[in-house]
Ligand binder design. Structure first.
Ligand code: SAM
Length: 288
């Protein structure tokens, strides 16, 4: 949080675009740290998250505008709001604690809930739809590519055998049946639950998160003025790879990465917020 507020501090008055406003924590930090001439345009696909952000940010009055939209459409949304240049753009990828713990939409393997996993409740395809219809080879590809899961093929086979899956417990059972017992033991003693990677991969596929990110980054970069910055927080290697490669492609005469390697949270932050442990922040600047 501190690094984001510092690295993305607006160099002058104008609009900061938070493409993943979530519960409004980062937006609040930016607004608190800046003067009345700095405003925030916040986007999110989840109407419940937006309602929470709206309540949290109410005290800032007309310094805040919130729009239900995907960050994939950031240029169009900014244009419709009359914003031609952003002093900073933030994307804090993935899901929020509220979505994992309270939404009831099946983001956590620690609860038995319907296999939904849509961040946007109006999106056409749920996790159950995807798990019950994708061909086995395609399922294996998704779990391998988005989850970095080396048992992807076995897990895909187990899912197909157990169709139709309805709840998160069904998916956990499929993963458990597919992972060799030695790996299950390692998962139990280590920090990562054996179903973590599969759940992450399915969530990313349901919401086309890599597709949205790949399209959003160049569009968001075009909104920056000279000397303005975009920060992206990614929580796993697949996402971070997209950010790294896109920033590298953009770097040159017009843009430059602010730090050569990503920033990661310190020990104190991880102790206070264990979910931050795998976060990586990359920052791109449009050259003056
Ligand atoms: C990690 S949370 C953000 C938390 C936020 N920074 C805060 O301080 O409360 C990620 C948010 O991004 C939203 N999200 C995910 N994909 C999105 C997309 N393509 N467009 C807009 N919002 C998206 C999720 O609904 C979620 O609320």
């Amino acid at each position: 949080m501190d690094e984001v507020a510092f690295l993305l501090r607006p160099r002058s008055d104008g609009w900061v675009i938070d493409g993943t406003v979530g519960m409004g924590g980062h937006a609040e930090a930016v607004l608190d740290a800046s003067g009345p001439g700095v405003s925030v345009l916040g986007l999110d696909v989840d109407p419940e998250a937006l309602a929470r952000a709206r309540a949290r940010l109410a005290r800032f009055g007309d310094r805040v505008r919130l729009v239900r939209a995907s960050f994939r459409d950031v240029e169009r949304v900014a244009g419709a709001e009359g914003i031609v240049e952003a002093r900073a753009v933030l994307l804090d990828l993935g899901v929020s604690s509220y979505q994992i713990d309270e939404s009831g939409r099946g983001f956590s393997f620690q609860r038995d809930e319907p296999l939904d996993m849509r961040l946007d409740p109006a999106a056409p395809r749920t996790a159950a739809d995807l798990l019950n219809t994708l061909p086995e080879t395609e399922l294996a590809r998704v779990i391998f590519e988005y989850g970095d899961e080396r048992h992807a093929r076995r897990i895909a086979r187990a899912i197909v055998h157990r169709r139709a899956l309805r709840t998160t417990a069904d998916l956990v059972a499929a993963v458990r049946s597919a992972i060799p017992s030695a790996a299950r033991q390692r998962g139990r003693s280590g920090a990562v639950h054996m179903a973590t990677r599969t759940f992450q991969a399915v969530r990313m596929a349901v919401n086309d998160e890599p597709g949205a990110l790949g399209e959003a980054l160049p569009r968001a970069a075009r909104l920056l003025g000279g000397g303005d910055r975009m920060g992206v927080i990614a929580f796993h290697s697949g996402e971070d790879r997209i950010v790294k490669q896109t920033f590298r492609r953009l770097a040159g005469a017009e843009f430059a990465a602010v730090e050569p390697s990503p920033l990661t949270p310190g020990d104190d932050e991880v102790r206070a917020n264990p979910r931050a442990r795998s976060a990586k922040l990359r920052v791109l600047e449009r050259l003056p």
